[in-house]
Design a protein around this ligand. Structure first.
Ligand SMILES: [Zn+2]
Length: 283
């Protein structure tokens, strides 16, 4: 009995082993494809071309014989102006984060407006870069209107300036949309250039280039900063230090002009390094 049963199991193994393996392979590939199909990031990129795609589409490609002659003169370089949107977060009835929740003496909306206006000024020495501000005074602007301003202007970059609302911590972090792509995506390059130049000025710490939205690890489309998700061009959101950090506040006040200069220079260096645009400088 025992011997017969053992032989039967061997046969079962021989017959069903490969079948089981095949089923496992099929299940694995099914799971893989259905996961990809449900991945919101891939749906976003399929429905709406990423900002990187838009930049790339404006460049002639070597495979297009009709545009081959323009290769030495990239289309982006023939643009008359580069359009940069500077988005000062919050404003008006929306104070943003406070330095002290009980007795606030400092409001995020004021700090980010000061820095944003300084960035606007820092761009003035580049006559073919046009800066669009989503606000220049202490007014409330809806998030969707900030995005509409940038999208309707067909802006090349969108830089949102905020300060961190977390109650503890210090340093600077920069957020990009979670479907921004790899390190060479324009969103991440923009954030990286800005961070490097801010570090050169001096910040409490580099907290990194982060994807998505604070405390979120999922790829869900909703787990992004609204302005990163709803602008069509490379964008990032700078958390310019913590409102509750004395060292960040001191840095912010002492280095405001230099930080503004760093943000403007980052854009100029990025488009220059990538041969996307020839920036003119006022002599
Ligand atoms: Zn904010």
């Amino acid at each position: 009995m025992a011997r017969r049963r053992r032989i039967r199991w061997d046969r079962v193994g021989l017959v069903f082993g490969p079948v089981l393996l095949l089923i496992l392979i099929l299940c694995f590939s099914c799971n893989g494809s259905s996961h990809k199909g449900k991945n919101p990031a891939s749906e976003i990129s399929a429905a709406e071309p990423s900002s990187m795609d838009i930049v790339e589409q404006t460049l002639p490609t070597a495979t297009d014989p009709q545009e081959g002659t323009q290769l030495a003169d990239p289309a982006v370089n023939t643009k008359k102006e580069l359009v940069v949107v500077i988005d000062a977060g919050h404003g008006g009835k929306d104070a943003g984060a406070l330095n002290d929740p009980n007795t606030p003496t400092r409001l995020e909306k004021d700090d980010v407006l000061r820095l944003s206006l300084a960035v606007q000024k820092a761009f003035e020495k580049y006559p073919n870069i046009r800066v669009i501000m989503t606000r220049e005074t202490d007014v409330f602007v809806e998030l969707k209107d900030r995005c509409t301003i940038a999208n309707e202007a067909n802006a090349d970059f969108f830089i949102s300036i905020h300060r961190n609302s977390a109650l503890t911590g210090d340093g600077v972090e920069i957020w990009v949309n979670n479907d921004a792509g790899g390190d060479n995506s324009m969103d991440k390059l923009l954030a990286t250039y800005i961070m490097e130049l801010l570090e050169d000025v001096g910040i409490a710490q580099n907290r990194g280039i982060k994807s998505g939205y604070r405390n979120s690890s999922s790829n869900e489309q909703s787990n992004n900063y609204y302005v990163n998700r709803n602008t069509n061009m490379p964008s990032c959101l700078i958390e310019m230090g913590f409102m509750t950090s004395a060292v960040d506040n001191q840095n912010f006040d002492n280095h405001l002009e230099e930080y503004a200069e760093a943000i403007a220079t980052a854009v100029v260096e990025l488009v220059t390094d990538r041969n996307l645009f020839t920036v003119e400088t006022v002599q």
